[in-house]
Write a protein that binds this ligand. Structure first.
Ligand code: ATP
Length: 351
């Protein structure tokens, strides 16, 4: 196990800066997720940690060592890709044993390590099979076990669940998380899927255009986005953003409710809301519409629990509100949050 520290790392491809002065720390034994839209530089960053890509500038420390110029095989990191190729003609046992065989490990060590790694991922009863006799999820676990037998200090994962169908992804995500907690291995995980990031990460690094836009726990990032990019990128539907005279006002769809549902003692901002369309999603309803006084007309979305007794007509203007504590403010020019850092402890203290 080891901590990974990234110091002022940049990567230039010709004129293009794919990773731009990134600083971050993956704490020992924790699960760090790199999240961002396609092309934001997350895979390039992960490949630099693995040693597959040479940084243009900056340093990478793994444990106590400066690993910036180390060969990938000397970094003691394991990397699992989206396309994990298993050898079709080898058994699952031999697929997992492969990295050990290459190193010439004694048979007894191979046996012990394969048993250990395969039971960690729950496929120790399938070792005699060939990959084609395994489900997608089981093949995925085989790839994980194979990367574990080398006792890596750090586990690097690049969208390893993206080949699985939606249902399997959920269970594989849960398994991966449980397994990571059991082995306590420092893990860095790349994804563009915010649900995956929120479910897996102890810490999330939101990237955009090669830069880090926010680092925080899933709760921090959702409740206190550092800028309008994060506010809009995280959450589905995203945070509503309404431009005012001097700043941008933000509020989550679930914070935007009919005024009558707040207690008289709640400090709220009343906002009139013209409902255009109602969408039923089972547990929730999404109300699409437009803000009115005191805000300027902007398209926003409200999310109401389906069991809330309230049925607005499409086209009607309703008295809605947002609790003061759920309002966020952003600088109109820079998009950076105003006051968030200073106000956060007080807000959390008040529940
Ligand atoms: P995705 O989710 O689509 O994989 P990503 O965030 O992982 O995206 P990267 O693969 O890190 O993005 O790529 C970042 C940017 O750098 C992209 O614009 C990509 O086109 C560019 N890039 C990556 N590798 C190279 C390369 N070898 N040569 C030139 N440009 C590259």
């Amino acid at each position: 196990m080891a901590q990974v520290e990234i110091r002022h790392i940049s990567k230039q491809f010709g004129d293009y800066r794919a990773v731009d002065d990134v600083n971050l720390t993956a704490a020992n034994g924790k699960f760090l997720v790199l999240l961002g839209p396609s092309g934001c530089g997350k895979t390039t960053l992960l490949r630099m940690i693995a040693g597959l890509e040479r940084p243009t500038a900056g340093d990478i420390l793994i444990g106590e060592r400066n690993a910036t110029r180390l060969h990938p095989k000397d970094r003691n990191v394991a990397m699992v890709f989206q396309n994990y190729a298993l050898y079709p003609h080898l058994t699952i046992f031999e697929n997992i044993a492969f990295p050990l065989r290459v190193r010439g490990a004694p048979a007894a060590v191979v046996e012990k390590k394969v048993k250990w790694a395969s039971s960690l991922v729950g496929i120790d009863h399938l070792l005699a099979r060939k990959p084609r006799q395994m489900s997608g999820g089981e093949r995925q676990r085989t790839a994980l076990a194979r990367s574990l037998v080398r006792d890596p200090d750090v586990f690097l994962l690049d969208e390893p669940l993206s080949n699985l169908d939606a249902k399997l992804r959920n269970s594989a995500r849960e398994e991966l998380r449980q397994f990571q907690e059991r082995v306590g291995l420092t893990s860095i995980y790349v994804t563009h899927d915010q649900v995956e990031a929120m479910g897996l990460g102890d810490m999330i690094v939101v990237m955009h255009g090669g830069r880090v836009r926010q680092v925080g726990t899933p709760e921090d990032i959702y409740l206190y986005p550092a800028n309008t990019f994060v506010a809009h990128f995280i959450g589905s539907p995203p945070m509503n953003l309404v431009e005012g005279d001097d700043r941008i006002l933000g509020f989550r769809p679930e914070s935007f409710m009919p005024k009558t549902f707040f207690a008289a003692t709640d400090a709220v901002m009343p906002i009139d809301f013209t409902v255009q369309r109602v969408e039923y999603l089972g547990g929730d309803r999404l109300l699409y519409g437009t803000t009115r006084a005191p805000l300027q007309e902007t398209r926003v979305i409200a999310r109401l629990p389906a069991n809330m007794v309230y049925s607005p007509e499409a086209g009607s203007t309703e008295a809605f509100a947002v609790r003061d504590q759920d309002l966020r403010y952003f600088d109109k020019n820079s998009g950076e949050a105003i006051g968030t850092a200073a106000e956060r402890p007080r807000r959390l203290a008040h529940g």
